[in-house]
Design a protein around this ligand. Structure first.
Ligand SMILES: [Zn+2]
Length: 287
């Protein structure tokens, strides 16, 4: 089973994923309530759709999303693959607004987020390279190309804590560290998927230029305080509208791809040594 974690602006395109906002509901888990999710259709097959920030107009900002509950709920629905979307800012000014990106690495600058299922246990010492599932990344790359909106493949996504936006000095720091995109959502989501042996990859659509990358006078009455021009808002909106088609095509392509991935065996060492039970629900540490 595939799941799509739909990011901000999800409510505009839920119908493209075969669901309506009213079809989505939170699920209670040992880690608390999840974001609303429901059964949709992606690429002609049933798929779970989870609206990370709620089914409305950005009901829940990134630092307050219950990432553990979300991934737990998906695993509980027999999800083995997750395609997540997110709309970061561009640190690299050669990126265009509305352009798709398929990152290959992350810098986790978040703090205080519940980032593991294994608190209080000896589990969870898991390698993080490749960070994202190579097979899903290949599927997304081919799908974006086929849909006429080729994604930039590669690059590093910096995940900040939020909900505030970054300072100019922070963006300069992230550029020095090799960051290309800056957003607030992929961590710890990507790491939790690995703990649950779920393939996970992200498709990004560039929303704006990060603070200080391009001149942008303060406009407190506008989204992101004026970091986006009206033309950029339209380009970003077009990119979001096209996401269901790209994700659907990627889902159809996946069966024909042979890229090896080990995501679904990430806990193999613990399994072999008898340290974890056959039921993944029994792996969990303190909730
Ligand atoms: Zn994988």
């Amino acid at each position: 089973m595939l799941a799509v974690i739909a990011g901000s602006a999800a409510h505009h395109v839920l119908n493209g994923l075969g669901v309506a906002a009213g079809d989505l509901a939170p699920v209670e888990t040992p880690f608390g309530g999840s974001s609303p999710l429901g059964l949709g259709e992606v690429g002609g097959s049933p798929a779970i759709v989870l609206a990370r920030h709620g089914a409305g107009e950005y009901d829940l900002a990134a630092p307050f999303v219950n990432y553990r509950a979300n991934l737990y709920a998906l695993k509980d629905q027999s999800v083995t693959k997750v395609i997540a979307w997110s709309g970061p800012g561009a640190i690299d000014d050669t990126l265009a607004i509305g352009q798709y990106g398929i990152p290959e690495d992350v810098l986790d600058e978040t703090y205080g987020r519940a980032s593991t299922y294994f608190a209080g246990t000896g589990l969870g010492v898991i390698r993080q390279s490749p960070v994202f599932c190579p097979r899903l990344r290949a599927g997304l790359a081919a799908a974006s190309e086929a849909e006429g909106r080729p994604a930039r493949c590669g690059g590093t996504y910096v995940c900040t804590q939020g909900p505030r936006l970054e300072t100019p000095a922070e963006i300069r720091k992230y550029r020095l560290l090799g960051g290309d995109y800056v957003g607030m959502t992929l961590c710890p989501e990507v790491f939790l998927a690995r703990e649950l042996e779920i393939c996970y990859a992200a498709i990004l659509y560039v929303t704006n230029y990060a603070e200080g990358v391009r001149p942008a006078p303060a406009q407190p009455d506008r989204l992101f305080g004026g970091l986006m021009s009206p033309e950029e808002e339209r380009a970003q909106h077009d990119a979001v509208e096209a996401l269901p088609a790209v994700v659907g095509r990627a889902a159809r392509l996946l069966t024909s791809l042979s890229e090896p991935c080990t995501c679904q065996r990430s806990m193999e060492r613990y399994r072999r040594s008898g340290r974890i039970a056959s039921d993944w629900r029994d792996w969990m540490g303190s909730a």
